[in-house]
Design a protein around this ligand. Structure first.
Ligand code: TXA
Ligand code: MG
Length: 335
């Protein structure tokens, strides 16, 4: 099978294309969907056999729960129950958008979606294409990021095609993902709520609506993982990543130069446009949103160019950079 890549207008998707993708999903097949965070690998969330195909395609172990995507908050009672009032406050402020809420699940949600947990992760993505698709299919969509297990998440349709193109029916191409980093995952089944994964919605924005949230060990950067699916080595490129402190840029450029002299394919990734010159330097933006938008493309690019070692400048330590620091740390963890 080779996936058909179909271009769709991000703002006003062609209803005919949406109808065809919806029919594909209703047959139990897989479709790659655009979202504002990353591309997802979608199946009908209420069809356990279809969801099993997601795990098979990604080569992902079944102890990882998958996020359920809805088009409208009125669909929430189909998948979640006993929804607390703070969930409604968060939904009003952040949906559609990059925030996943972990809630008590409805029995209609198959075990394979939740990895047997009594909870379900739910979000409404900001993509008009994907919401139109969910409405037309008439079912919620289970969708993890559309990458092989432990590999870099896709922010373009081409990234999806490169890793999974022979394992799904259709890829809806609505252009590059705007946010570029996965949704924030927040567990609302406990008090205080717990941040399971930093992501596209900053913790401080969440706290401005519902007050303090607790950070899980995985979200704060320590082992072990508190929830299924928080695999330490995740988002990993084939290139070996080494993180370095900004002040050591000159030193690192020297080391890279010597390695290059020995025939190693090495790149230095930095935000300091004014301080680095010469070959083998990849500049990254110095604002959070722009950096997030460029992060996974940069990692995919390193792989595509067979870069063996990349020295990556540590992001700033402010909390706004939490999700980026988290993904870089995971990508550079060796096992
Ligand atoms: O931005 C995103 O969230 C993307 C797009 C496609 O929506 N999806 C995504 O899915 O990143 P995935 O499967 O790669 O990551 C889902 C993570 C799981 O690894 C797990 O940590 C957490 O969300 N999760 C999902 N359901 C959960 C649950 N019931 N309890 C605890 N954690 C859950
Ligand atoms: Mg993922």
């Amino acid at each position: 099978m080779t996936a058909e890549i179909v271009a769709v207008d991000a703002a006003s998707p062609d209803p005919e294309v949406i109808a065809r993708a919806a029919a594909t999903l209703r047959r139990g097949e897989l479709v790659a969907i655009p979202t504002e965070t990353v591309y997802g690998l979608a199946a009908n969330a209420l069809d356990a056999d279809a969801v099993a195909r997601i795990y098979a395609a990604k080569e992902r172990p079944a102890f990882n729960p998958v996020i359920v995507h809805l088009a409208d908050t009125s669909d929430l009672p189909r998948v979640a129950r006993e929804v607390p009032s703070i969930a409604h406050d968060l939904m009003r402020r952040f949906w559609p958008g990059p925030l996943t809420l972990v809630l008590h699940r409805q029995p209609a949600v198959p075990d394979i979606v939740t990895a047997g947990l009594d909870t379900v992760g739910v979000r409404i993505p900001a993509s008009e294409v994907t919401r139109a698709l969910i409405r037309t299919a008439g079912v919620p969509l289970a969708a993890p990021s559309a990458n092989l297990f432990t590999r870099v998440s896709p922010t373009t349709a081409a990234h999806v095609a490169r890793q999974l193109g022979d394992r799904l029916s259709m890829i809806l191409d609505a252009g590059p993902a705007r946010v570029g980093i996965e949704s924030t995952v927040l567990d609302l089944t406990r008090t205080p709520p717990r941040l399971l994964r930093p992501g596209g919605t900053p913790q401080s924005d969440i706290e401005s609506v519902i007050g303090p949230v607790e950070r899980s060990m995985a979200a704060s950067g320590d082992a072990p993982r508190p929830s299924p699916g928080m695999v330490e080595r995740h988002y990993a490129p084939r290139t070996t990543l080494r993180l370095f402190e900004s002040a050591r840029l000159d030193e690192v450029l020297g080391v890279a130069e010597r390695m290059r002299g020995h025939g190693t394919r090495v790149v230095v990734v930095t935000r300091q446009g004014a301080n680095a010159h010469g070959a083998g330097i990849r500049f990254m933006p110095d604002t959070v949103d722009a950096y997030a938008g460029a992060l996974y493309s940069m990692l995919h690019e390193l792989e595509e160019h067979d870069v063996e070692v990349a020295f990556v400048e540590q992001p700033p330590s402010e909390s706004a950079w939490d999700a980026i620091r988290d993904r870089l740390r995971r990508a550079s963890t060796s096992d």
